[in-house]
Design a protein around this ligand. Structure first.
Ligand code: PEP
Length: 250
């Protein structure tokens, strides 16, 4: 049976106090459950990483950051480097579609961030996904393959990486992709990894993201190439996030 990863992306939500309550709510609800087959990861805002990490110490829940800067240090007011995150987070989301569209992040910058994260031992979660326009123009596959290949261009060890396929039109809309559409794209992602990464392409966790909820998660993770989910809105409630985790195991 495959191991499943469920990642909660809290985005720019929660204060340090409410982030700790959310983390403890999830921890409490998962206590005593058999989660051996599942990796649960929560990604709070930067300012809550320290407190949430401490709160989750001794639990099976890991912590991730939502972004990082590609440089190690210097005159980049307001930015956070990989080195600063080391010790506070085990994972980091890179190239989320909101970073690409709202903050103009290019594949080249995302590749540099992936390299920065890997360089200090942070485990990056590379997000890829087409817009509705790209899908309507028949360019979904070529977009996702390009984002995957370019995003990983500076990563040598894929074994510490996860890839999240998140069609932009499904994020926060309540209109999830069908499991078959997601599976079809995951198979393409795995295929485009093979020439460079050989066998690791078969085991790299591929997550689906886009309006995942407790009712649809199991239909995604039962697909052969889907190893988990990246969850936005539904990760902000301890009840619904825990339900997603438990339903993914069914
Ligand atoms: C996301 O932002 O990565 C996401 C998948 O959001 P939602 O689950 O709300 O669609």
């Amino acid at each position: 049976m495959k191991t499943i990863a469920i990642v909660g992306n809290w985005k720019m939500n929660t204060t340090p106090d409410t982030a700790v309550s959310l983390a403890s709510g999830i921890r409490g609800r998962l206590e005593g459950r058999d989660t051996a087959r599942i990796r649960v990861i929560v990604c709070p805002p930067f300012v809550s990483l320290d407190r949430v990490s401490r709160n989750l110490e001794g639990s099976e829940i890991a912590v991730g950051a939502q972004n990082l800067h590609s440089e190690t240090d210097g005159a980049f007011t307001g930015e956070i480097s990989a080195e600063m995150l080391r010790g506070l987070a085990e994972f980091v989301i890179v190239g989320h579609s909101e970073r690409r569209t709202l903050f103009g992040e290019s594949d080249e910058l995302i590749a540099a961030k992936m390299e920065a994260a890997s360089g200090v031992g942070l485990k990056p979660i590379l997000c890829v996904g087409e817009t509705l326009g790209q899908r309507s123009a028949g360019k979904a596959r070529e977009t996702v393959e390009r984002q995957t290949i370019e995003g990983l261009s500076k990563v040598n060890d894929l074994s510490q990486t996860m890839i999240a396929y998140e069609p932009v039109w499904a994020i926060g809309t309540g209109e999830a992709a069908t499991p078959e559409t997601a599976q079809d794209m995951m198979a393409s992602i795995r295929a485009c990894l093979r020439p460079r990464f050989d066998d690791v392409a078969e085991s790299v966790p591929l997550l689906y993201g886009g309006s995942v909820n407790p009712g649809n998660v199991s239909r995604f993770v039962e697909q052969p190439d889907i190893d988990g989910a990246l969850v936005g809105g539904a990760s902000l409630s301890a009840d619904s996030f825990t339900e997603i985790v438990l339903n993914a195991l069914d």
